[in-house]
Design a protein around this ligand. Structure first.
Ligand code: NAD
Length: 253
């Protein structure tokens, strides 16, 4: 089947489905200039992530964490939503998309206008104290770190400061994960895109949707372990693919 025929199929499902959920990973933001983790040239070809336990245990790990995050901050701060983000926001506005579950921490779905966004891995658009409820704008704290090379402490209580993202080894927010599980179980169309589908428990959601009877569509440049579960696999760029599906879905109205 050609990609265009697949777009037609997915556009038809999108119009018919009663509960559609989109699930995004780092791949939707590469077209905004933010590198993903696992593509060649991705973040992990340059440095290893700092585990949460190491962050808590030692000043050296915290310094490495802040070094990595401050480096990535410039990419995040300058990035703008792309076509893919915008199409998903339009689908929600038209009532075609019930919820968007993302593994991303860049805030670009909200910047594009999506409202019902479940951020499984938190957000890099805030810095949180691990000892008190204080949250801060990252810009001045990252700037302070870059100028002084000293890891900042919470100005309110002296506690450890960390981006409001979920590090490896850190539990996911239970309420967000439960909501994502419920929506995956209850939807009839699940669109997974830009994810290598290996980071658990997020990677379990397409499996849950598929085993609960939803149609699964996977849009990803590289193969994933769940391609066999999908009714349609589009091995192509997300922006062009979503635009193609959108044009057909709109013209069918
Ligand atoms: P991943 O890096 O493991 O996989 C990304 C996948 O997207 C790859 O398989 C790649 O082939 C595909 N891809 C890249 N660009 C694409 C495009 N334009 N069109 C179609 N496919 C494309 O990412 P993941 O599965 O999201 O898991 C990694 C973790 O990385 C997540 O926990 C996430 O929090 C974090 N992360 C987030 C960002 C971000 O917020 N933008 C960036 C890097 C990593």
């Amino acid at each position: 089947m050609s990609d265009r025929e697949k777009w037609q199929l997915v556009a038809g499902w999108l119009r018919q489905a009663r509960h559609t959920v989109a699930f995004t990973g780092a791949g939707i933001s590469t077209e905004s200039g933010i590198p993903d983790f696992r593509s060649p040239g991705g973040i992990w070809s340059q440095s290893q992530p700092v585990l949460y336990q190491d962050f808590l245990a030692g000043a050296e790990a915290r310094h490495e964490y802040w070094r990595q995050k401050s480096h990535a901050h410039a990419d995040f701060a300058a990035a703008e939503p792309n076509q893919g983000h915008r199409v998903l926001a339009q689908w929600e506005a038209r009532g075609w998309l019930e919820a968007l579950i993302t593994q991303n921490i860049d805030g670009l779905h909200q910047a594009a206008g999506s409202r019902k966004v479940l951020e499984l891995h938190g957000t890099a658009r805030a810095i949180a104290c691990l000892s008190c409820p204080a949250r801060f704008d990252p810009d001045p704290l990252v700037q302070q770190f870059l100028e002084t090379d000293v890891v900042p402490e919470c100005p309110e209580c002296g506690g450890l400061l960390k981006h409001a993202t979920i590090s490896f080894g850190q539990p996911l927010p239970a309420d967000v994960l439960q909501d994502a599980m419920d929506r995956s179980r209850g939807c009839d169309l699940f669109l997974a895109m830009g994810s290598s589908l290996v980071v658990e428990p997020a990677a379990n959601l397409p499996r849950v949707a598929s085993s609960s009877g939803a149609r699964l569509v996977i849009i990803n440049r590289e193969p994933t372990d769940q391609d066999d579960l999908a009714e349609v696999v589009l091995r192509a760029g997300i922006g062009d693919t979503l635009m193609g599906i959108d044009e057909i879905a709109v013209s069918d109205r």
